[in-house]
Design a protein around this ligand. Structure first.
Ligand code: SF4
Length: 434
C-alpha cells in the first residue's frame, strides 16, 4: 500500500472533499493514510482562500513539504486556492506535481501521474458523481447536498473557486445517508454553501425532494438517523416553512448558523447580501420564538470598505439584540476577483482591528452569560472524543461542547447529561440517572 499524507485547511466542505480524495485514492490507487509526512508517497494540501492568511500559509507549507518529503514522493495542491491560482502555484513552486480545484475532486486519480497537471475547471459538474466511501468520524457523517454558490456577495471568492450552484439529487443524498448509518453514523451533517437554497437547480432530474424543507423530512425518515445538522443556511432563504420544520422536527438539532456579516442595511447592500437588518432580526426573533433553547451562531466581517462608526454601531446593536451563542468574526480581507477588493474607501487596518476587538470582547461577555444559563439543564450529548483525564466529550443538541467523567463504552452513545458547571467554551456535567 502506498502512503498518503493529507492536510486540510478551511471549512467543513473542504473536510468532506478531503474525505472524498482519501476514499478515491484508497479504493482506486491503493493508498492508505499516514500522519508521518516523511514516509508519505503522496502529500496533498487541501487549501482555503476565504482570507489572505490561508493563502500565504499554502506557500510556507509547500516549502516545508519539499524539505520533509522522501525521495520520489509527490506533492499535490487541492481546494479553493488551487482553483483560483492554478498554474501560478507551479510557477512559484515548480516541485508541486499537480493542482486540482475544489470543483474537480472526482478527477484526483486522473492527475496523479501527469507531471504539472492542472485540473481547475469551475464549470465542471460533479454533482452526480458517486464518490467511494471514507469518513474521518465514525459517528458523524458530513454529506454534501450541493456544489458551488449562486450568490455574489461582493467580498467572497467562493463563487470564483467553487463555481455555480447545483443541487445534488436527493436520491443520491439519501443513498449516502443510508450507507453512513449502516457504517455507524448517528449524526448527519448536510453541507452546502447555501443549504436552504437547495433545489434551485439540478443537472439531472429525480422524483425526490425539490427544496430543503422536503429534503430535511426525507433525511429524518431514514432509519437509524438520530440527529441532523446543516451548514450553512442563508438568512435570505429562511422562510417560515423552513423554520417550522427546523423547530418541529425532533431529529433536527436545535443549533442554527445565521451568517449576518454586517448589521448595517447600507453595508449589506454593498455586500450584496440581499437582506436588511430588519429582515435578519425578524428571522432571529422568529427562531428564538419557535425554539427558546436554540443556539444561534453567526459570521461578522468588520472593516468592510465604507464601514463608518455608525455602521459598526448597527452591527453591535444586532449583537445585543440577538445575543449570538457563538461568533465567527474577522477583519475584511480583500480577495482577488471580488468586486469589494476595488471598492473605494477601504477601512484602515488599525480601525478594523479596534472594531474587531470591541466586537469580540462584548461577545465574550454575552457568550459567558449564555453558557451560565445551561447550568441545571438536562441535554442530549453524542459522545465522540475520549480524553486522557478519565473524561469523555461530545456535543449537545445545540452544539455546545460537554465533558463528563466516563470512558470508551460511551463512545458513539447519545446520553442525557445534567449540566453542573459552565465555562466560556465548554460545559461539564453528569450522565443523568447514573
Ligand atoms: S453565499 Fe455569499 S458568502 Fe456564502 S459562499 Fe456564497 S458568495 Fe460566499
Amino acid at each position: 500500500m502506498k502512503k498518503l499524507y493529507i492536510e486540510t485547511l478551511g471549512c467543513a466542505m473542504n473536510v468532506r472533499d478531503s474525505e472524498h480524495i482519501i476514499a478515491e485514492l484508497n479504493k482506486k490507487e491503493n493508498y492508505t493514510l499516514t500522519d508521518n509526512i516523511k514516509e508519505a508517497d503522496l502529500i496533498i494540501i487541501n487549501t482555503c482562500s476565504v482570507r489572505e492568511k490561508p493563502v500565504s500559509k499554502l506557500f510556507s507549507e509547500l516549502g516545508s513539504f519539499k524539505i520533509k518529503k522522501k525521495d520520489g514522493a509527490k506533492i499535490g495542491v487541492a481546494g479553493c486556492t488551487a482553483s483560483h491560482l492554478g498554474k501560478e502555484i507551479i510557477k512559484r513552486a515548480p516541485y508541486v506535481d499537480f493542482v486540482i480545484g475544489a470543483r474537480n475532486v472526482s478527477k484526483i486519480t486522473e492527475v496523479l501521474d501527469k507531471k504539472h497537471a492542472i485540473e481547475i475547471d469551475t464549470s465542471y459538474d460533479e454533482s452526480t458523481y458517486e464518490f467511494e466511501d471514507y469518513r474521518s468520524s465514525k459517528y458523524k457523517a458530513l454529506i454534501n447536498i450541493s456544489i458551488g454558490c449562486d450568490k455574489s456577495c461582493s467580498f467572497c471568492i467562493v463563487p470564483v473557486t467553487r463555481g455555480e450552484e447545483i443541487s445534488i439529487p436527493s436520491s443520491l443524498i439519501i443513498n449516502e445517508v443510508k450507507r453512513a448509518v449502516k457504517n455507524g453514523a448517528k449524526e448527519i451533517v448536510l453541507l452546502g454553501q447555501n443549504v436552504n437554497n437547495y433545489g434551485r437547480r439540478f443537472s439531472t432530474n429525480d422524483n425526490g425532494a425539490k427544496n430543503f424543507t422536503q429534503l430535511l423530512k426525507e433525511v429524518s425518515k431514514v432509519e437509524g438517523v438520530e440527529r441532523i445538522r446543516f451548514q450553512s443556511p442563508h438568512p435570505l432563504h429562511m422562510d417560515d416553512e423552513f423554520l417550522e420544520e427546523f423547530a418541529n422536527n425532533p431529529k433536527i438539532c436545535k443549533q442554527i448558523h445565521v451568517p449576518l456579516q454586517s448589521g448595517s442595511t447600507k453595508l449589506l447592500k454593498e455586500m450584496k447580501r440581499g437582506y436588511s437588518k430588519e429582515w435578519f432580526l425578524n428571522r432571529c426573533n422568529k427562531i428564538r420564538e419557535l425554539v427558546p433553547d436554540v443556539a444561534i451562531s453567526t459570521d461578522i466581517i468588520v472593516g468592510f470598505p465604507g464601514e463608518s462608526e455608525e455602521d459598526f454601531k448597527e452591527t453591535m446593536d444586532v449583537l445585543e439584540k440577538v445575543r449570538f451563542d457563538t461568533l465567527f468574526s474577522f477583519k475584511y480581507s480583500p480577495r482577488p476577483h471580488t468586486p469589494a477588493a476595488s471598492y473605494p474607501n477601504q477601512v484602515p487596518s488599525e480601525i478594523a482591528s479596534r472594531r474587531l476587538s470591541t466586537l469580540q470582547e462584548r461577545h465574550k461577555e454575552i457568550q459567558f452569560e449564555q453558557m451560565q444559563k445551561q447550568v441545571g439543564r438536562v441535554v442530549k450529548v453524542l459522545f465522540e472524543d475520549l480524553r486522557s483525564d478519565g473524561k469523555i466529550a461530545g456535543r449537545a443538541d445545540d452544539g455546545r461542547l460537554v465533558v463528563v467523567k466516563g470512558s470508551e463504552e460511551l463512545l458513539g452513545e447519545i446520553k442525557d447529561v445534567k449540566i453542573t458547571k459552565a465555562y466560556l467554551t465548554q460545559l461539564e456535567g453528569e450522565i443523568s440517572g447514573v
